[in-house]
Design a protein around this ligand. Sequence first.
Ligand SMILES: *[C@@H]1O[C@H](CO)[C@@H](O)[C@H](O)[C@H]1NC(C)=O
Ligand SMILES: *[C@@H]1O[C@H](CO)[C@@H](O)[C@H](O)[C@H]1NC(C)=O
Ligand SMILES: [Zn+2]
Length: 316
Amino acid sequence: MELLFLVLLSLHILKTEAVVEHHWCYQSQKCAQPHCEAPEEWYLIDISCKGNKQSPINIVTKNVIYDKNLKPLNFEGYDVKGSSKWNIENNGHTVKVELSTSPKIGGGGLGRKYKATEFHLHWGVPGVQRYLPGSEHSIDGEKEAMELHIVHIREDVSNITEAKETADGVAVLAFFVKVEEENKNYATLINELENIKYKGQTTQMDPLPLSSLLPPEEDLGRYYRYEGSLTTPDCYEGVTWTIFEKPIELSISQISQFSTLHFDGRNSTHMIENFRPFQLLNERKVYWSSASMLLPAAKVLMLVLVLTYILSSLSQ
Ligand SMILES: *[C@@H]1O[C@H](CO)[C@@H](O)[C@H](O)[C@H]1NC(C)=O
Ligand SMILES: *[C@@H]1O[C@H](CO)[C@@H](O)[C@H](O)[C@H]1NC(C)=O
Ligand SMILES: [Zn+2]
């Protein structure tokens, strides 16, 4: 009897240890933490990571399908500066900002309204001379420096856990970050990074209108839409992705501030390359909001001129 108890106890300890070992990481952490589960092994943590509707993907523009229902999204409360602070956390994988208000999105082919709960970023290895781009999605194989994800859940659920249990529960807006001039609207967020260098550290910042971190709304009419997953374990499938064509612009020195963070404690690896590799598209389709790709500005102008000419000659 005692022996059986001991066997059970040791099995329990082994099992607990095995669970502790199952800690997911990015490929860039594998050197320092050989036992962590890199992206190719995430399915050991959650089998969903091996599913056939995973994210991110490479978008091949010649295969996208124009969908006239994909009108510009409606942004509600995106231009409002809330009154309570935003919580910022180094969660060991990214910098995550919890929103204190719930700006909403609707329209744009979404079946319902969604509220924003948090945003976070993915990046590569910045450098002054050369840098490795770290966006998760790519367009025709081209990645950008970073990618911003604004996570939204159905307006009628209270948190992400509940959203995952509800059909059409999660919608993510993705914005590429391109190397350009300095973007002063990001100064507050970037200045806080030195206070959350290590995993588990949190700080607060004055809230901003979410729209101040994004390209102007009039540039957000062109986007891609597909059904995918969260890009970190549990790799939950059932995420409606919207990937905007117009990127956010940050300077290389602003981008490089993100990699001063660490994945873990004081002597741990710098937080770099925190992106998941591309996943297979499989049977899925990627939709495109705008026929204007087929009609660039010059062609539209030409068309208008020709029509004007025809109309004026008819009226004579
Ligand atoms: C999510 O919301 C549900 C329902 O209100 C609640 O029971 C649950 O504790 C919440 N979970 C988290 C992680 O906050
Ligand atoms: C970090 O490294 C330094 C020098 O190698 C060492 O003295 C210190 O104890 C380490 N700190 C931690 C938290 O491991
Ligand atoms: Zn993300």
